[in-house]
Ligand binder design. Structure first.
Ligand code: C2O
Ligand code: CU
Length: 474
């Protein structure tokens, strides 16, 4: 039951098998590449009128094109210089990229933060194909909330070309009734499922309509750079839709019914587009009622592609976990009972605010294995949650003991999703796993990338109020 309707796609029966993920062909030769790609990003405030009739918003972005997209072939060396012209320190974290630790962009953990006026060059070889979000790892609810994000697309995974390739970058905006920024985080939101934004966008537009060839197989790369909201993606009006990658990594194509995308999560979907003039509507079904977020409009002469049989992508070069020799760890995500220390009533009738006395700037609401991330940014580093042996396979049982969903993200590694007590999903690679209330998800990975790696919930306010820790690989 783990694999959804395999028989819907006759190609799968014939394809070569990889042990953990049937239906995903292995690449024959390794991709060798001496390409160097240079990119320059300038983080600064770019006042922009985002929505019609709305005011100019002081967006924080990495480039004049507001949502930069960097494309680079697998195996290439990418050198990106970040110049910080923002009023506060920042960084770039390359979410999902298995890069060397000192390039990971986490202030105080992997690098000193990039101060205003300073530059930093990120220089590494891209190991895996797919689409990856780039975002700061500093003051994230504000920096991401104001728009500081970009996309890295690593090419070279297609076994057969698709008829088109379109992006859907999902981003909510925290706006008040006049269209100005409102609070990116509130104690009420942070202690529950997040402070939800009010305005939705895809590719920075409200309900964009993208033209695509009629009757074709179109690769739609979807990614969320929301602070909080989880989307449940579904599609109507297509002549077929199949997921071919999760978090950028190939999976045997299976029909898209709906798929939940938390912050920083991605899916690649092949959509068989309808007759000229017709539209495919992409919905978020998570809301109380379905909300259309983007449209694909078929144009041009009708292509003849035969039966819907989407081509799989090449398998990634991620080490296959050795499940028979794995070390098992239980990882429990909880709400902390001690949100903030109790105030003390002094004999003279005054109240001593303990949070003030202890200089706690924020409250802590969340914990991983009973430990919370300290509340003064990253400056006081806690001991690692786990010390892993380099080269060993680990199976993490991720246990959600809270009434909220949490997209759980690991840096520097990619999980293989094994099973859940609640949902039956195909085995797939993922760097951010959504765990539902009362859900227990098993994931496996080879701890093959040395360093101190962040491990946290990607609901930004949860990360900032305790649900984060370090995993050390030595
Ligand atoms: Cu996309 Cu530590 O995050
Ligand atoms: Cu969370």
């Amino acid at each position: 039951a783990a694999l959804v309707a395999l028989s819907a796609f006759p190609l799968l029966a014939k394809s070569s098998l990889s042990t953990t993920r049937p239906g995903v062909p292995k690449r024959k030769k390794p991709v060798l590449n001496d390409t160097v790609v240079e990119a320059n990003l300038v983080a600064k405030i770019r006042p922009t009128k985002l929505f019609e009739g709305g005011p100019e918003l002081p967006l924080w972005t990495y480039g004049d094109d507001l949502l930069p997209v960097i494309r680079v072939p697998k195996g290439a060396r990418l050198r990106t210089t970040l110049k910080n012209e923002l009023p506060e320190h920042t960084s770039i974290h390359w979410h999902g990229i298995r890069l060397p630790n000192h390039m990971d962009g986490v202030p105080y953990v992997t690098q000193q933060p990039v101060e205003p006026g300073e530059s930093f060059t990120y220089d590494f070889t891209v190991p895996d194909t797919g689409m990856f979000p780039m975002h700061s790892h500093c003051n994230l609810s504000t920096q991401l909330g104001k728009g500081l994000a970009a996309a890295l697309i690593v090419t070279g995974d297609e076994t057969r070309p698709y008829d088109d390739d379109v992006l859907c970058v999902i981003k909510d905006w925290h706006l008040d009734e006049n269209g100005n920024f409102t609070d990116f985080t509130t104690p009420k939101g942070a202690s529950r499922s997040g402070t939800f934004a009010t305005a939705r966008s895809v590719n920075l537009q409200k309900l964009p309509v993208m033209e695509v060839p009629a009757g074709g197989d179109v690769r739609v790369r979807m990614m969320s750079v929301n602070n909080s909201r989880v989307n449940q993606i579904g599609i109507e009006g297509a002549n077929g839709a199949a997921i071919i990658a999760t978090d950028g990594q190939a999976v045997a194509p299976f029909p898209l019914k709906t798929w939940r995308l938390g912050s920083a999560m991605r899916i690649d979907v092949v959509v068989r587009t309808p007759e000229p003039g017709k539209e495919v509507i992409i919905y978020d079904y998570f809301a109380p009622q379905p909300v259309p977020i983007a449209k694909l409009k078929s144009v041009g002469p009708m292509l003849d592609r035969g039966e819907f049989d989407p081509a799989p992508l090449y398998a990634p070069d991620i080490a296959e976990p050795d499940l028979s020799n794995a070390i098992h760890e239980r990882v429990e995500f909880t709400a902390t009972a001690t949100a903030s220390p109790p105030d003390i009533n002094l004999p003279d009738g005054q109240v001593l605010k303990m949070a003030d006395a202890l200089c706690l700037s924020d409250e802590t609401f969340w914990a991983i294995n009973q430990r919370t991330w300290p509340q003064d940014g990253h400056k006081t580093l806690p001991a690692p949650l786990f010390n892993l042996k380099r080269g060993r396979t680990y199976v993490f049982e991720l246990v959600n003991a809270t009434p909220h969903v949490h997209p759980i993200h690991i840096h520097g590694h990619t999980f293989l999703y094994l099973k859940s007590n609640k949902k039956s999903l195909p085995k797939h690679f993922t760097d951010t796993v959504l765990i539902r209330p009362k859900e227990r998800v098993h994931v496996a990975f080879v701890a093959d990338n040395p360093g101190d790696w962040m491990f946290h919930c990607h609901i930004v306010e949860h990360e900032e109020t305790g649900m984060m820790g370090i995993i050390n690989v030595t």
